[in-house]
Design a protein around this ligand. Structure first.
Ligand SMILES: [Zn+2]
Length: 281
């Protein structure tokens, strides 16, 4: 199986939408049974996965970047990444599993959490005896746009040291955690910065605008419960609405809402970038 990134993978606002829904449903529930399809996801399930989960209670639902995390009692962590096509669905009562169901977690009150993933690029793992910041997937993540340290000054220091294109810098989860193709395109548009610009060439004003744009784009999208083209639905099966508010993503040929020029599409690192060649510099 070769990894070809989809243009529309779940990003931080979609995962945050899920985390908020699941928090209301799952906290306090005890995991009674874990059933797996036997097919590997991005990595195979470890032998101890089901054993670590079974008998533990969900204490908290957290999010780091694009990872959804359940903190369990006695202390362990259950990590979920949706990859390209993963879905987490909550069922109040047991339902029949479908073709692409790869994990089914049943709670002691009879409710279930289903992980469905046709392309199997997602990830599910359990960590016992680790602190959250010791988990390999988590400790390598960069700053979350909604965390208090995410500001123009912090971003400026990072950008000054990099000669990469700003788009690829922002997509790198080791720099900023949670951004993907959709929200990087939208943030660069709001900040009036072209996706091809080299990081170190951004002025202080542009960096301030970019940091603010990223935060605004993320907050707005969470308010719209994420972006749904075909795949993303929340744990109750509802699509998000942010696709109705996008300004440039997948709008090639449409007119820019700010200046009336046509939106352009270019390819950078195998992914489409959408921008206005007139008002993004
Ligand atoms: Zn424009």
């Amino acid at each position: 199986m070769c990894f070809r990134p989809s243009e529309k993978m779940p990003e931080m606002p979609e995962v945050e939408t899920l985390a908020r829904k699941l928090r209301k449903r799952l906290v306090g529930k005890c995991i009674e049974h874990v059933s797996l399809s036997g097919f590997p996801l991005r990595r195979p399930f470890t032998e101890s996965f089901a054993m670590t989960l079974r008998g533990r209670t969900i204490r908290k639902i957290l999010r780091r970047g694009k990872y959804l995390i359940a903190e369990l009692e006695p202390r362990a962590f259950w990590l979920i990444h949706l990859g390209m096509s993963g879905r987490i669905l909550y069922h109040a009562r047991s339902e029949e599993r479908v073709k692409h169901t790869h994990a089914l977690i049943r709670f002691s009150d009879g409710s279930e959490l289903e992980y469905r993933d046709p392309r199997r690029f997602g990830l599910m793992a359990a960590y016992d005896g680790f602190r959250l910041d010791q988990i390999p997937e988590i400790c390598s993540l960069g700053k979350d746009p909604l965390s208090c340290g995410f500001c123009g000054q912090w971003l400026k220091t990072k950008l000054q040291r990099s000669r990469r294109e700003i788009k690829s810098f922002l997509l790198d989860q080791r720099n900023v955690a949670g951004l993907g193709n959709i929200y990087v395109c939208e943030s660069l548009f709001l900040a009036r910065v072209r996706p091809q610009r080299r990081c170190h060439t951004l002025s202080s004003e542009e960096v301030e605008n970019l940091a603010a744009a990223i935060r605004n784009v993320m907050r707005d999208s969470i308010r719209h419960r994420g972006t749904s083209f075909s795949d993303f639905v929340d744990s109750e099966g509802n699509p998000g609405e942010n696709q109705n508010y996008l300004r440039v993503f997948q709008k090639e040929g449409d007119v820019c809402a700010r200046c009336g020029f046509p939106i352009r599409r270019i390819v950078q690192g195998n992914r489409s970038s959408f921008y206005c060649s007139n008002c993004q510099e």
